[in-house]
Write a protein that binds this ligand. Structure first.
Ligand SMILES: [Zn+2]
Ligand SMILES: [Zn+2]
Length: 126
């Protein structure tokens, strides 16, 4: 396993959509144990399972388990859907977000921007 990080794109080629790690728990990404090797390496979408074109990939953040580094990614299409659903669920119990006043809530604002930006990415194949 000498080439663990070989699939990691160079920083200059990172996709334009990023989001705070604090939002990850709201998105409900599948656990690493449930993913294929391609999904764990970021070559396939963690939700839809299809290969992700770089232009449509959203980084879900590095995860280290048992000393192995994983780089799960999602396609723009899937993460937009999950961010939208997470925003809807969060808005039920959050006063500002319930009134669509997302800018004053870090969670609602972050999820809103994430789903908006992810929708603009090239379409995933999922
Ligand atoms: Zn997908
Ligand atoms: Zn909120």
């Amino acid at each position: 396993m000498a080439h663990r990080t070989a699939d990691r794109p160079a920083p200059a080629r990172r996709p334009p959509v990023s989001f705070s790690a604090e939002l990850l728990p709201y998105l409900g990404a599948p656990d690493l144990d449930a993913l294929t090797a391609s999904q764990r390496a970021g070559r396939a979408c963690v939700w839809g399972g299809r290969p992700i074109p770089l232009a449509a990939a959203v980084d879900l953040g590095e995860e280290i388990r048992d000393g192995v580094h994983h780089f799960p990614q999602a396609c723009g299409q899937c993460i937009a859907v999950h961010a939208f659903n997470a925003l809807a669920a969060h808005s039920i119990d959050c006063g500002p977000c319930h009134g669509e006043d997302w800018e004053i809530c870090p969670v609602g604002g972050g999820l809103y921007r994430l789903q908006r930006d992810a929708r603009r990415l090239a379409r995933g194949a999922c």
